[in-house]
Ligand binder design. Sequence first.
Ligand SMILES: NC(=O)c1ccc[n+]([C@@H]2O[C@H](COP(=O)([O-])OP(=O)(O)OC[C@H]3O[C@@H](n4cnc5c(N)ncnc54)[C@H](OP(=O)(O)O)[C@@H]3O)[C@@H](O)[C@H]2O)c1
Length: 216
Amino acid sequence: MQQIDAAAIETLGIPRVLLMEHAGLAVVRAVHQVVPDPSAPLVVCCGTGWNGGDGLAAARHLHERGHPLRVLVTGPLDRLREEPATYARILRGLGLTLVECLGPEGLGDLDRWLAGCRLVIDALLGIGARGVVREPAASVIERINQSGKPVVAVDLPSGVDADTGRVQGVAVRATMTVAFGRAKRGCLLAEGPAHTGTLVVDPITIPLRLLEGAVG
Ligand SMILES: NC(=O)c1ccc[n+]([C@@H]2O[C@H](COP(=O)([O-])OP(=O)(O)OC[C@H]3O[C@@H](n4cnc5c(N)ncnc54)[C@H](OP(=O)(O)O)[C@@H]3O)[C@@H](O)[C@H]2O)c1
């Protein structure tokens, strides 16, 4: 999938932000499949990579549709790469507060937010995650699971290894996972299916000839 992304972005010249926008819209559709109520309060948990960027892109659309939102980012906002930083700027311009969770002290509000929400979006870690889940993401995942709220996972449930399906210390238990381009092997193997929930695959406008030509 990383090779397909590279072919779409670098060879065909599709801007990453365009794919991110479609990824965000695919997440919105999944959220509305699980909770159709446009006034349902949501919590969006984002990492600092592109998976987190997809979560921020979804947040923009969910805000426009009227959902009260709480947005958490597990790292300093000034470390976000170009496209996630663009969405973070837009969200702040729209009046949303993005809360940086830099350690356990940043988790205080999360339990309260989770108690008051109808659904959680897990955009912490995708196919770029390596090894055992580190803090503060690990604690955020534990809190999400303890909340018992429905979860829509972005591309892959955070903490599930994308290739093997093994849990990397701790992993989100999703109600629905929206995979971009193709389903990640980890959603189908080992502990993956138990964490993936309903699996939806969305091409996010990656050309079909790239998706069909790849070995997976
Ligand atoms: N919209 C698009 O254009 C598009 C297209 C295809 C895919 N995607 C999305 O992008 C994702 C891949 O993005 P990515 O390559 O940036 O990777 P990622 O899955 O977002 O993960 C990378 C981030 O996770 C952190 N991280 C890595 N291993 C960790 C661990 N064990 N514990 C805690 N944090 C960890 C990294 O921090 P450090 O750098 O500090 O290690 C980095 O911030 C896909 O899954 C998909 O969701 C987006």
